[in-house]
Design a protein around this ligand. Structure first.
Ligand code: FES
Ligand SMILES: [Fe+2]
Length: 334
């Protein structure tokens, strides 16, 4: 296995599920950042992600644990744990154990996803998980798009940073995605935990065209290493979310989501056909992403890399930016 020299426990927001995978009353087991976790949804609809083991005698709450109103009840002796991980009831004793707490994680639900904040130093979230609509400040919303199309690949040998580095890697588009010409980056803003990359790109025409004449492109917003959202312009209206979450020291789960814009009023008299076309285009966007995955899952992180002159600035910027998410790795997990 190609264990990446980069830490698999970076700080930030990471997707751990889709919202519709965890209904009210559901308890779902998962493993991320080398931790056994459970996610459960209370009657109020609120979701909690916590370490999986009961602080009493260590039962795994994901195997028989039950949601009771707003708490999770352990299958072993019925102790109940609230959304802060506090013990609130021992059924055979008057007082709960107020001292013991199961570790919980900050969670947000956004764009049909469940995002978890991971930080080995246990700081509170200090940046926001990007929203595929709000991030672009254009007043758009899910109502303007067909339902999300999804790709889910489990436990691949790749690191989240590989995926982010695509955002400066102009040279791969021609070879991996068969674009006719090399795209040009028009914005690289790595000043903050949330970073911005824009580029001009086309998937059409031949290699005789000039990039200056291309009228289409992509804007990307990276919320740390875990979540990147994109918006296209000048081509079929699409938005994407890529979300890469470390599972253990070797592998990550990859989730990729595509939204295709609904046509404006009056356009197209055959809604079923328009929707089918949108579906096909979404699948094409997903197919292009799988071309990247094929590279990433067999890649070995090269550090320092051998770079062409034109690559130096972008790769240096993104790798310097990425370092902030590996800070304070000496804290113990638990
Ligand atoms: S192990 Fe959970 S209640 Fe005993
Ligand atoms: Fe790519």
């Amino acid at each position: 296995m190609a264990k990446p020299p980069l830490s698999m426990k970076p700080t930030g927001w990471f997707q751990v599920a889709w919202s519709d995978e965890i209904g009210v009353g559901d308890v779902r087991t998962m493993k991320y950042f080398d931790q056994e976790l459970v996610a459960w949804r209370a009657d109020s609809g609120r979701i909690t992600v916590m370490n999986a083991y009961c602080e009493h005698l260590g039962a795994h709450l994901g195997y028989g644990g039950k949601v009771v109103g707003e708490v999770l009840q352990c299958p072993f002796h019925g102790w109940q744990w609230n959304q802060q991980g506090r013990n609130v009831c021992i059924p055979y004793q008057e007082h709960p154990n107020r001292g013991r707490r199961i570790r919980t994680y900050p969670v947000v639900e956004r764009n049909d996803s469940v995002y978890l904040w991971h930080d080995v130093a246990r700081r509170e979230p200090y940046f926001d998980a990007p929203d595929v609509f709000a991030a672009f400040g254009d007043g758009s919303s899910a109502a303007d798009y067909y339902p999300q199309q999804r790709l889910y690949r489990r436990s691949l040998e790749l690191h989240p940073q590989y995926v982010l580095e695509n955002g400066v890697d102009f040279a791969h588009f021609k070879f991996v995605h068969n674009t006719p010409i090399v795209p040009v980056f028009t914005r690289h803003d790595f000043g903050d935990a949330v970073s911005y990359v824009d580029f001009t790109i086309t998937f059409e025409g031949d290699d005789g065209q000039r990039i200056e004449d291309v009228n289409s492109g992509v804007q990307a917003v990276n919320g740390g290493l875990g979540i990147a959202v994109t918006k296209s312009w000048g081509m079929v209206d699409n938005r994407t979310i890529s979300a890469i979450t470390p599972v253990d020291e070797f592998t990550s789960d990859v989730r990729f989501m595509v939204y295709i814009g609904r046509p404006g009023a009056g356009a197209g008299s055959d809604p079923a056909r328009v929707e089918r076309k949108a579906r096909e285009f979404g699948q094409e966007v997903i197919r292009q992403f799988t071309q990247d995955i094929e590279i990433w899952q067999h890649q070995r992180y090269s550090d320092p890399p051998a770079l062409a002159t034109a690559e130096y600035e972008g790769f240096t910027a993104i790798r310097t930016w990425a370092k902030q998410f590996y800070a304070e790795q000496c804290y113990e997990e638990g």
